[in-house]
Design a binder for this molecule. Sequence first.
Ligand SMILES: Cc1ncc(COP(=O)(O)O)c(C=O)c1O
Length: 232
Amino acid sequence: MGISDIAEIAKMAHENGAVLSVDNTFASPFNQRPLELGADFVVDALTKFINGHGDAQGGAILSNDLETMDRIRYEAQVNVGSVISPFNAWQIFRGAVTFPLRMERINQSSLEIAQWLEQRKHVTFVSYPGLESHPYHDLAKRQMKGFGGVISFGVEADDKTVEKFCAHLKVVTFAVSLGHDESLIFPQPSYDERIHLYPPQFQKGFIRFSVGLEDPQDIIQDLDQAFHAVGL
Ligand SMILES: Cc1ncc(COP(=O)(O)O)c(C=O)c1O
């Protein structure tokens, strides 16, 4: 859940003859608009918040550089044939109609849940850009309208207990992916991988949580009962 300064990186890229492409999937275009911050390209997995129902896959590339967009369209769609199926396109189009409403709810619920997690014992860290404790909270406030639906947190437990905790959840679904109507939870890579990826405070019991459209109090109660079920 790190935050990058898009305007600053765009400036550095352009001063050095590079272009900047931003994967905006986690933030979503409701919360963050990289082209307005100076990025040249944006990619978005429509599969996630924009479709929002976890039932269709798609992707988008956006740019104000119409000449390059024409080349990408020609090479990706005409030559390679990566064209979305009509049914997926229809599902994503339909999901997009409620996208802003869903994001408002997800932004609100995520902050509430992140704040609750921060207070809970046995939670070692909570990383959510909407929290004042996030090291890049001020930057997030400058470049984002809301802080999105993904929270990382750690629990004081070994990998087996973390898996059991996830399996005890009843409202939240134990599955990878993000940006669905349902809340999804997934433990992060095994301890052996984590020690190479993260600083020590993030190495134990690392969980990724994607907040869905359920009542935030139902989600909190569910997390709480799963913590109790594994003795945390
Ligand atoms: C940041 C990000 N970008 C792009 C994708 C690609 O999404 P998909 O191929 O599922 O549409 C993912 C999938 O997890 C992602 O997390």
